[in-house]
Design a protein around this ligand. Structure first.
Ligand code: FAD
Ligand code: SF4
Length: 506
């Protein structure tokens, strides 16, 4: 039984970060590693704040954890120091809690009953408890390979090794199928590897989990584009002939560009991923990045997660200045109950660790021109103050200048972090005769099967650019559907959120 008064005696204490000077001297994770005894004591006190509220909005429903993590249950186990059982309950719903514990924006905390009133001292630090259970599980050897008890003799190909593909692979291997993951990159992990910077997720955390999957029997083939034409590629016909089912976890990596802004072709204007991928490769030891911010005036266009990752990366590379631009007005610091009432995800100012490290953010501004020199090299950006509104007649979002005033900022490097437009134009789409939704994602039915029988989809390829927690949740759900397709019924956990996205095709 949880302590109903715990939140009254224990204040919320977030995980401590390393000092800014220290973390800018390396690429390691920003959070401080505490002495294990201190950490366990602190986190047990934090778990005590979970009061057994009766209807835990945090762990289910449209506002809470997409994985259905059994939050009150493991909070109570941690409170009592029952770490092995907490680990078992956490892994029952989440294959990779060390990823979500580090990366998730924690919609569960926004939906915590303690978040209703500021007088409560704030939500339970659910993400911190989750991350600590995950770390303790690895340190104390609770995470071991779980090898299947039976072999079904059925084969499954998974295309893409991001969190969605990995979660599907682990579930299906454990169900006794022979699973092979095909990845076109030279290393595994998808955006966990080459999108998300080391200072948010050290790649050794990913590698130890991959070792577990290998030990359980999942096979991996890297440098292999399914449907591609290059060396090592896997033709779609062979894939269909050799495997009983195919899961497409190919992500939604088609970066949104800004072709209509004059000067887009100048040297020095890049998509965000042109910056983040080689920066991550450099951390892996692949040599210097060609898009280095060192000594440069950097402008990041786009106020979201990807922009914040460019921000922290540029600062670590030694940028002369970093300015992040957002066309929307600055959100409030606290929840606006009229606009986003509890328990929904609130519209508030999100300040990432990178924003504490220097640089500047500007809101309600948009670039209307990139300025260059005679050689075609970027030298500045021209900004206008703007308002974003929806055209009442067409319903289309419009960005309208507020006045004629123009601001000029020096710029040597511009990074476009303005989102993703769905699945890339991959050769395998035509080869498998797949249909796209109007959002550029792969259409599927409620059983996660695409318009091509025996071919399933999960993760960003299905949802559009989203979150690690959703990728894992969809990988697990799709595994259940594939297992049922192959064997007639499945003992794997059923989807927490049934696939409600329609089979809208064009
Ligand atoms: C810069 C950045 C930062 C982010 N930060 C966060 C964060 O902090 N927290 C969070 O929750 N989410 C974050 N996200 C979102 C999160 O990373 C994604 O939602 C998640 O990785 C999606 O997982 P996925 O498995 O669907 O796809 P991906 O991770 O995109 O993996 C898809 C994989 O498929 C491979 N592939 C594609 N086509 C083929 C083919 N034909 N053959 C073989 N392989 C193929 C690709 O190479 C890739 O490895 C971030 C995203 C970006 C871009
Ligand atoms: S995965 Fe995300 S939403 Fe779920 S419990 Fe962990 S932090 Fe909360």
């Amino acid at each position: 039984m949880a302590d109903p008064n715990g939140f009254l005696s224990q204040p919320r204490v977030d995980a401590a970060k390393r000092a800014v000077d220290e973390r800018l001297g390396d690429w390691r994770e920003v959070y401080r590693h505490l002495d294990p005894d201190d950490r366990d004591r602190q986190v047990r006190a934090q778990a005590t704040r979970c009061m057994d509220c009766g209807i835990p909005f945090c762990h289910s429903g449209s506002a809470g954890c997409p994985l259905g993590n059994l939050i009150p249950e493991w909070n109570d186990l941690v409170r009592g120091g029952h770490w092995p059982m907490a680990s078992e309950r956490l892994h029952a719903t989440n294959n990779f809690p060390e990823f979500t514990g580090r990366l998730c924006p924690a919609p569960c905390e926004a939906a915590c009953v303690l978040a209703i009133s500021p007088d409560s001292g704030g939500a339970v630090t659910i993400k911190r408890v989750e991350n600590t259970i995950a770390d303790v599980s690895w340190e104390r050897g609770y995470v071991r390979p779980v090898t299947p008890a039976v072999s079904t003799g059925r084969t499954v190909a998974i295309v893409g090794s991001g969190p969605a593909g990995l979660a599907a692979a682990q579930q299906l291997t454990r169900a006794g199928h022979e699973v092979t993951v095909f990845e076109r990159d030279d290393r595994l992990g998808g955006l966990l590897r080459y999108g998300i910077p080391e200072f948010k997720l050290e790649k050794k955390v990913l590698d130890r989990r991959l070792a577990q999957l290998r030990a359980e029997g999942t096979r991996f083939v890297t440098g292999c584009e399914v449907g591609g034409a290059g060396p090592g590629a896997m033709p779609v016909e062979r894939l269909r002939a050799e495997f009983d089912a195919v899961v497409l976890a190919v992500g939604a990596l088609r970066g949104r560009d800004a072709p209509n802004i004059p000067g887009r072709d100048l040297a020095g204007v890049h998509l965000a991923m042109d910056h983040l991928v080689p920066a991550n490769r450099q951390c892996e030891g692949d040599g210097p990045t060609p898009v280095d911010a060192h000594g440069k005036h950097v402008i990041i266009i786009g106020g979201g997660d990807t922009g914040a990752d460019c921000y922290g990366t540029a600062i670590r590379q030694g940028a002369a200045s970093v300015v992040q631009l957002d066309q929307y007005p600055q959100p409030p610091n606290t929840r606006d109950d009229d606009r986003s009432p509890w328990p929904v995800w609130p519209w508030i100012l999100r300040t990432y660790a990178a924003h504490e490290e220097g640089g500047e953010r500007r809101f309600a501004v948009a670039v209307d021109r990139f300025v260059g020199d005679a050689d075609g090299t970027l030298t500045a950006v021209q900004l206008r103050e703007v308002r974003v509104h929806k055209n009442p007649t067409t319903g289309v979002r419009e960005v309208v200048p507020l006045n004629d005033e123009v601001h000029v900022l020096p710029a040597d490097l511009v990074l476009l972090a303005i989102g993703f437009e769905g699945v890339e134009h991959l050769p395998l789409l035509d080869a498998l005769n797949l249909k796209l939704t109007p959002r550029g994602t792969l259409a599927c039915g409620r059983d996660w099967q695409t318009t091509t029988p025996g071919t399933f989809v999960c993760g960003d390829a299905h949802r559009g650019a989203s979150l690690v927690v959703w990728a894992i949740a969809e990988g697990r759900s799709t595994a259940h559907a594939v297992d049922a397709y192959l064997t007639g019924a499945s003992d794997l956990p059923a989807p927490v959120h049934p696939n409600a996205l329609p089979l809208a095709v064009r």
